[in-house]
Design a protein around this ligand. Structure first.
Ligand code: SAH
Ligand code: SF4
Length: 348
């Protein structure tokens, strides 16, 4: 059983059903109680007293031993252009995190945060501007989903770990979260419906490949060579482009899952025809998919997005080389602020 206690109470929403069962057996509670409570928690019921098949006495006992982590809505922004909703959530300790719900033809998708702040300090990103505060617990990742589902009265079918934070820098909690969220007695969101985005922590990519989870791995490449990548992503000084691509090839070999490369296209930084050519030389034959993201300008960094025609020209060059490249649709443009900006503004 992991050490997940906080204020001397156990963080019950970070436990899997079998672990709740084990913990309940210490209180001489029958095993069916674990399934009941797990199912309530996954449905977003954040108070034992509101679980209607649990007596008042039992609710009090559980409340003494277990803490239920929650996401309270601090702010909510609804797009006027599409159905995108952006939340600023307040956690039990008062910290703020962001999540975004997007509507697609196939259903609802949520982009969740995995850390408060980020250590990686990529120069184009708002999430790391104020440094790193702490990792999120599995329960706090789950709560972003249950709170949004409850608020919008919807069922979310896809999860992207692309909000604030570096998921592979919070490896154990993220893996645990994925097990909880895909559990059949809970939200039952299949691992194939989960995408994890990483800035490229190479040893963790190898570790993840060993788990052989059928998730989609997205790698934030953003540059085809060490010179440019190191100038915008500090992590490239530790794990260079070649080492990263080698890990990605091994990941594909081991899991059979095609990797998606994120490429935030920034004017006069990584948008030249030479960059497209180098990208081809790097990824040729890897079965990869390249997702071009129009860079979201963050006040503090002065980066600009190329205009639409230039982004399309870059994409066409990649396609001409035989690469599989798409441009990410930007949803909720009117309420946007790339991830991390909302929290930064509210902190100030
Ligand atoms: N830390 C992880 C996941 C969170 S960031 C990672 O870096 O992959 C999610 C994605 O948003 C990453 O691809 C990241 O590079 C991208 N991103 C961050 N700031 C951006 C910005 N200002 N414009 C466009 N994409 C951005
Ligand atoms: Fe962290 Fe990802 Fe932002 Fe880089 S892009 S600072 S890794 S959240």
């Amino acid at each position: 059983m992991p050490q997940l206690s906080n204020e001397n109470r156990i963080d019950i929403k970070s436990l899997l059903p079998d672990e709740i069962k084990q913990s309940f057996s210490d209180l001489s509670l029958p095993s069916y109680r674990a399934k009941q409570v797990f199912s309530w928690l996954c449905r977003g019921v954040d108070d034992f007293a509101l679980m209607t098949d649990i007596s008042k006495d039992l609710a009090n006992t559980l409340n003494e031993k277990y803490e239920i982590k929650t996401c309270k809505i601090a702010k909510k922004f609804c797009s006027q252009l599409d159905d995108t909703v952006k939340y600023l959530f307040e956690l039990n300790d008062g910290e703020l995190i962001e999540s975004v719900v997007m509507k697609y033809k196939h259903g609802y998708s949520i982009c969740i945060s995995t850390q408060i702040g980020c250590k990686m300090g990529c120069s184009f990103c708002a999430s790391g501007l104020n440094g790193f505060v702490r990792n999120l617990y599995p329960s706090e990742m789950l709560s972003q989903i249950t709170a949004a589902q409850h608020d919008l009265d919807i069922r979310i079918s896809n999860i992207v770990l692309m909000g604030m934070g570096e998921p592979l820098d919070n490896f154990d909690n993220v893996v645990r979260f994925m097990k909880i969220v895909s559990n059949g007695d809970g939200l039952n969101i299949g691992l194939r419906h989960i995408s994890l985005s990483t800035s490229g922590i190479v040893p963790k990519i190898y570790e993840l490949s060993q788990l052989n989870l059928p998730i989609t791995l997205s790698v934030s490449l953003h540059a085809p060579n060490d010179k440019i990548r190191s100038s915008i992503m500090k992590i490239n000084n530790t794990y260079g482009v070649e080492e990263l691509i080698c890990a990605c090839k091994k990941y594909f070999e081991r899991t059979g899952r095609r990797i998606s490369y994120e490429y935030a296209i920034i004017k006069d930084v990584n948008d030249t025809p030479e960059c497209a050519k180098q990208l081809y030389e790097l990824l040729n034959g890897t079965c990869a998919h390249i997702n071009l993201i129009p860079a979201n300008p963050v006040n503090e960094n002065g980066y600009k997005t190329p205009n639409r025609e230039n982004i399309a020209a870059f994409q066409n060059l990649l396609i001409k080389y035989g690469l599989n490249a798409t441009i990410r649709r930007t949803l909720g443009r009117d309420i946007n602020a790339s991830c991390g900006q909302l929290r930064n503004r509210n902190k100030r």
